[in-house]
Design a protein around this ligand. Structure first.
Ligand code: PNS
Length: 163
């Protein structure tokens, strides 16, 4: 009998997907059979990219990765993870500044769903300073983001800002 496939959910806003996210997703595929990249619909932010645009970009970037699926979710993350049959939530930890928020969230999620573990992955060293908000800001003012995002995302940013 083959073992039960292991699923992890990688949740976030992905506004937009950065090379830091890509790095974490690829690392997660080495640990899990199926990685569901779950774009949050109810984040209390006004996003630059619509939910469909964000999902579309992630799907394009991971089109050749059969173990990566891209989806949206609404409401509680742990409920969505349960529906997906996930045993783990993936989060990227870049710096100490991420730690408090991530620790709080991991403990709250464990409180809500004790059977689901949060797994923190550390991105490649040269991507640790990277965030979607910095990418948006640099791109808004016409700066070069080619080292920070996939070419498809770079094109989408250029279209968005007319740069
Ligand atoms: O990329 P982000 O914006 O840091 O992702 C935050 C996200 C979407 C993972 C978080 O806000 C979330 O899980 N939202 C869903 C609602 C929920 O379950 N909240 C309780 C978490 S403790």
């Amino acid at each position: 009998m083959s073992p039960t496939p292991r699923t992890a959910v990688f949740p976030g806003s992905f506004d937009p997907l950065t090379n830091g996210h890509v790095d974490i997703i690829v690392r997660a595929t080495r640990l899990f059979d199926r990685v569901v990249v779950a774009v949050a619909m109810n984040a209390e932010k006004t996003p630059l990219f619509s939910i469909d645009e964000r999902v579309g970009l992630i799907r394009e970037v991971f089109r050749d990765h059969l173990s990566v699926q891209v989806d949206t979710f609404n409401g509680l993350l742990v409920e969505y993870a349960r529906q997906q049959g996930a045993s783990a939530l993936i989060r990227g930890l870049r710096a100490v500044s991420d730690f408090e928020y991530e620790f709080q969230m991991a403990l709250m999620n464990r409180n809500l769903a004790p059977g689901i573990e949060t797994v923190f992955l550390v991105p490649a060293f040269d991507l640790t300073y990277l965030s979607s908000s910095l990418v948006r800001e640099v791109a808004r003012f016409g700066g070069d983001v080619s080292q920070l995002v996939h070419p498809k995302v770079q094109q989408a940013l250029k279209r968005k800002f007319g740069t």
